[in-house]
Each structure stands twice: as structure tokens, then as C-alpha cells.
Design a binder for this molecule. Sequence first.
Ligand code: ATP
Ligand code: MG
Length: 565
Amino acid sequence: MSSENGTTPTNFIRNIIIKDLESGKHDRIITRFPPEPNGHLHIGHAKSICLNFGVAAEFGGRTNLRFDDTNPLKENEDFMRAIMDDVRWLGFEWDELLHASDYFHQLYDYALHLIKTGKAYVEELTAEEIRAHRGTLTEPGRESPYRDRPVEENLDLFERMKAGEFADGTLALRARIDMTSPNMNMRDPVVYRIRNASHHRTGDEWHIYPMYDWAHGISDAIEGITHSLCTLEFEDHRPLYDWFLDNIPTPCHPRQIEFARGNLDYTVMSKRRLRELVEEGLVNGWDDPRMPTLAGLRRRGFTPEAIRAFWTEMGVSKADSIIPMGVLENAVRNDLNVRAPRTMAVLDPLKVILTNYPEGETEWLEAPVHPQNEAMGTRKVALTHEIWIERGDFMEEPPRKFFRMRPGGEVRLRNAFIVQCNEVIKDEKGEVTELHCTFDPDTRSGMPGASRKVKGTIHWVSAEHGQPAEIRLCDRLFTVPNPLGEKDHDYREFLNPHSLDVIQHAIVEPQVANGEAGDFYQFERTGYFCHDNVDSKPGRPVLNRIVTLRDSWARIEKEMAQNQS
Ligand code: ATP
Ligand code: MG
């Protein structure tokens, strides 16, 4: 689906907003992105960020970043800082930085209003008893014996809860709605609980903390949010969202609209699971390049441009789906293909001696930085008597369709000329240690034979100028598409033992060795790589593979299918 101008894909939320602007219901829209600061953001959150910031920007509106910081036990400042970094890295800037905790006083006053109007009461049942009274989807709940407590008593108890007179879990404030409602959320939900805990922003001021549903809608209303966009699991909470706002005098009543979560296969995307992976040491932190967190993807080398393009392309709907990881990887490839400078690197080096090239000499060949984009200029590639090629590009007894280096065969060295393999040197174990080749000067760039065709072209790096590098080959974190959905299994059982393969002795061109954190390249014929933003140091390069050049998983799956038929 595309809009009239054909550039911005439209969706049902965008259409609602267009209608609300045209009808004059709003002159300007305000959205918010409301993370709980209890973990790092993941690629799914990016969908919500792109949607909230994107749609507001498109229609000249505003977007707040609001921390829903109502649970002091799980939240902290480090997570807040990391979330801000991630939102900015994705390319968005909020109009206001706000916190649900900024509204604790207002939230409290609104709770007093509910009590005074007979719509809230202080509960003395324990959490367990409350649960037992709640009923089920097929049975109505039972009313609490404390439900009809007089207003004065409720006010007194609630104030004393606030003052810290009671222990955690002893009392709670509940909205007085309807214990027989078919919607469980409407069966007198808890609005405040006692937590004698200190909060990272309000310190020891509070002994009671608002529940998410209470804080969320009111925060939206205080900020004048016009469209409160959230994921589908909140659909059943919408009647409660509306009930709260209908029963207290807030300045406005935002409209909650739900959309489907973004899901990817071969990973897990709940903060709880991601935290487990980190805390149990199953990955190397929140920013492990195999993690679906924005910090991990950034470290891996995924670009914000690619992630934004991916979510734009995926669109927004109410239908739940799981997107193949290959689709995200393709978005990354499409972006990097256009922008990544080309260079050559050898991951598994095999020495080649060019016997007719003088020893001790270096010639600096010119090669394009990007074959399709002249504006990116040229780069220098060192040519010397000894070079490295990829071990896998040589076979002593090759099968029929192997067009790379073989004894007696010819192959083109990328950006250079055609060479012929004359001699294969082996050690006492019979392992190939060196190839002796001659080059054909007539096939150099600018020479008459420059366009002579041979079937194979391979990449290489000068042995004298090439620099050692550590290369980390990241693969999918799990071996099954839906690790959380395998019956009778723990998702940890499906961690991919080969998700991180470290190559200690790869060889890169000198300019790559001196690159900086975040610099990315296409290693010709191999894939896209970027300097690890934690471990890579000038002169001691560490690079992560961002993605391969082609979708190797798709190829493997296709080959498996072919072998079966
Ligand atoms: P998780 O369930 O992954 O632990 P969460 O929903 O608890 O995440 P929040 O910090 O509450 O995390 O999320 C902030 C916002 O991001 C919410 O509006 C939420 O609906 C949205 N969001 C979270 N996960 C996704 C997702 N996979 N796709 C789209 N939006 C998401
Ligand atoms: Mg949440």
C-alpha cells in the first residue's frame, strides 16, 4: 500500500491521523515513545520508535520520549541513558524528555479524586486472595469485603499508605469498577501498591507506586498525546484506559490505537529473555553483536538507515506475524551495497609467490572504492612479490565447476591481472603451504589483454603490506525459528553453538587496519564487515561480519530441498 505521492507507505494508523487532522479534531498531533527503563531496546522497539516519531514528523507533529518508570525495583539510570542513545542512534530526536515519575503527585491527586467519588477503595486482601476473588474468563469475580469501605476511611488509609505506615503487599488501592465484567482488566484493578523502595529519580519520597495502566493513560493525557500507539497485547486494556480517563478530570482523552508487535525468527525479543541471556552469561552483554538489541545490532554493524527502511517496508498492521531474519539482513545488504567502500581481506590465508614479480618492490594499483559509484573515488592496493589468497580459493583436485585457483589453471586476481598456478608447495604432512604463480603483464589494466576473460576472479592481499586482524563471524543466535515456541523445551536448548566463530589471523588491507570503531566495508567476495565498537583499536583491528553478500541461509535451505528431491 502506498500513499498518493507514492513514497510513504500508508497504514491504518496514518489514515486515522489524516482523518483527525482533516476533520479538525486535532490541529497538531502528539505521539510518544514510552519505554520502561528496565532493559535495553530491541529491534521490535525500533518499529514503535519509527512509527511514533515517523508519523508525527510527517504531519508536523511532536513526539515525546517518556520513561514509564513506575517500578523502582527493576529500573535504573543506565538503562535510561542506553535507551536515549539508541533512539538518537536510530535517527530520532524527541521534543520533550519526560518521565511517568514526573507525574507522581498528579497521579496521586487523581487517585484521591477516584476515592472521593466512590470509585476506588483500599484493599486489605493479600495479592493471593485478590487473585482468588478475580474469577476466570468463564466465571465472574467476587467482590472484596473491603469494597464498600466509607470514603473517609479509604482516604485515611491511602494517605497512611503514602506515608509509609504499612509493609509491602499489605494494602493496595483498587479501582471500583465491575467484578463481573467479561474483561478481566475491569475487575477492580489495582491502581497503587505499596513498595517501600527507593526510586532512582524520586528517592525515598514515595512508599506507594502507581500501576502501569493507571500511570500510562494519565501520563498520555497530561502530555496532551493525541494518539497513544501501543502493541496489540494492550487491546484488552483499552476499556480500562478509557474508564480511568472518563472518571478523572484530565485535560484531554487520548485515543489508544493498537498495532501488531514486530517479531523476527531465530531470536527472542522479550526484555525478560534478553536479560536472562545477559545475566546467565550466555551472551557477552546487552550489546553482544548476536543480540537483537539495538546496541547489539549497532555493534554488529547494522545501520540505522537499514533498520528504518526495514520497518517502513514491513508496514504497520493489526496482524501478528514473524518476519524472517533474512528480510532484515537483506535491508542491511541493500543499504551497505550502496554505501560500503570496497576492500579486500583474506580470512583464511594461503601464501602465493608471484615468481615473475620482483622481490622487495611495491606497486600501488588503483582500484575503485565502489565499482558503481565513481564519486567515491579510488583507493590504492599494494602489489608485492608475495601475496595472500583465500585457502578455499585453491583446490588441488577441483570438481568440474570449480573456476578458481588450481594447478596449471588461470585465474584473475581482482583489481590486478591474470595469474597462472605453476607449482604447489607442501609440508611434510602433505598440506599445501605455498603456491608459485606467474602473472601475465598483458592482462593488467590499460593493457591490450586487460579484458581477457578467465572464468574465476579471486581476492588477495599483499603479504608485505597486509595487516593481521581478528574477525568475528556472527550467525543466528538460535538454531530454530521460534525458540520460545518449542513445546516441552527451554529456549536455551536452542542456542546456536556456532553463532560466534572467531578468526584470529585474517589479513586486511592497511587502511582497514587503521580504521575506526563503526567504520564499515565490503570485503570483496566475502561480505560486509565493521570495526567492533568496543574491542577494535587502530593497529589491532577487530571486525564483525555484519552480513554475508548473499543470503546463505536461503541457499542452504534451497540446497537441502534440492538434495531431498
Ligand atoms: P518486551 O515485551 O520486549 O519486554 P515491553 O513491551 O515490555 O518489551 P516497553 O519498554 O514497555 O517494553 O516498550 C516500549 C514501547 O515499545 C511500548 O509502546 C511497546 O508496545 C513497544 N514495543 C515493545 N516491543 C515491541 C515490538 N516487538 N514491536 C513493536 N513495538 C514494541
Ligand atoms: Mg511493557
